[in-house]
Write a protein that binds this ligand. Structure first.
Ligand code: 5RP
Length: 262
């Protein structure tokens, strides 16, 4: 079954599998959103089944909540958990300082709240997301529907003074309607091509009243696990200053793949 996976899915799988090694008995966990995070939820459920780990998970989207529920994980709200030991989540881009672009799956708001309420954030990604400079992936920004066109104009005006290469801003659609986030907000995507100063951009975007949150995660991620299609993984820990190379073998039981639906 594992041989049926595309190289990119194998890369996501090995990153997720390696990251789940960070989980210890009794932990409260933030559960990320997206296809890589979905592998992590499956690998976590497998460890819970096989080792009897007692963990509580706080999902970052309704999609992740449903998957975690279906796999028998204990799901609690952030308000019940209050503070988390570890969050494991995917990303759209990761730079050398472990700053991130997130929100490709429109869950950036809950993801940022949950990651910020965690002692540690581990990001899992395939090698295509490993970049020297952020910005090729359009930066998602969650905005309030009320007056969203005015908010979009304010963002465009702001971008004229920023160190970026592109300045197009588009409303994310779901068919012929604006896509709605779990909080019933809209997402605008900023096609910046290159972000010269992600820290500054993250701060100023959030000064615009209609902006709820932006997809730049600055100084939030502690560890990144980069997966490759041949089973290699690289684990970079920004606090310890270490980089570990490892190789995983595709030994997961077939049922973990049968459950794959993202
Ligand atoms: C969702 C996210 C995802 O983590 C990000 O889009 C990566 O997704 P995938 O693992 O499917 O490539 O930020 O809001």
């Amino acid at each position: 079954m594992t041989s049926d996976l595309s190289p990119i899915e194998r890369a996501k799988f090995v990153a997720a599998k390696r990251a789940v090694d960070f989980v210890q008995d009794g932990m409260k966990l933030g559960l990320g959103t997206g296809s890589t995070a979905a592998w992590m939820v499956r690998c976590l459920a497998e460890r819970v089944r096989n080792e009897g780990l007692r963990v509580q998970g706080v999902p970052t989207s309704t999609r992740t909540a449903e998957l975690a529920h279906d796999l028998g994980l204990t799901v609690v709200s952030l308000d019940e958990a209050k503070w988390l030991d570890l969050t494991i989540d995917g990303a759209d881009e990761v730079d050398r300082d472990l700053n991130l672009i997130k929100g490709g799956g429109a869950a950036l708001l809950q993801e940022k709240i949950v990651a910020t309420a965690s002692d540690r954030m581990v990001v899992i990604a395939d090698a295509a997301k490993d970049v020297t400079q952020l910005g090729a992936f359009p930066l998602p920004v969650e905005v309030i529907p009320f007056g969203w066109q005015t908010t979009k104009s304010l963002i465009e005006e702001l971008l004229t003074g920023m160190d970026v290469l592109g300045r197009d801003v588009t409303l994310r659609m779901n068919g012929d309607r604006p896509l709605l986030t779990d909080e019933a907000n809209y997402i605008v995507d900023l096609h910046l091509k290159r972000i010269g100063n992600p820290r500054q951009l993250a701060l100023v975007l959030n000064q615009i009243p209609g902006v709820v949150e932006n997809g730049l995660f600055i100084d939030i991620c502690d560890v990144v696990v980069i997966g490759h299609g041949d089973g290699r993984v690289e684990v970079r820990d920004i606090n310890a200053g270490t980089v570990e190379q490892d190789r995983l073998f595709f030994t997961a039981p077939d049922n973990i793949f049968l459950e794959a639906d993202e």
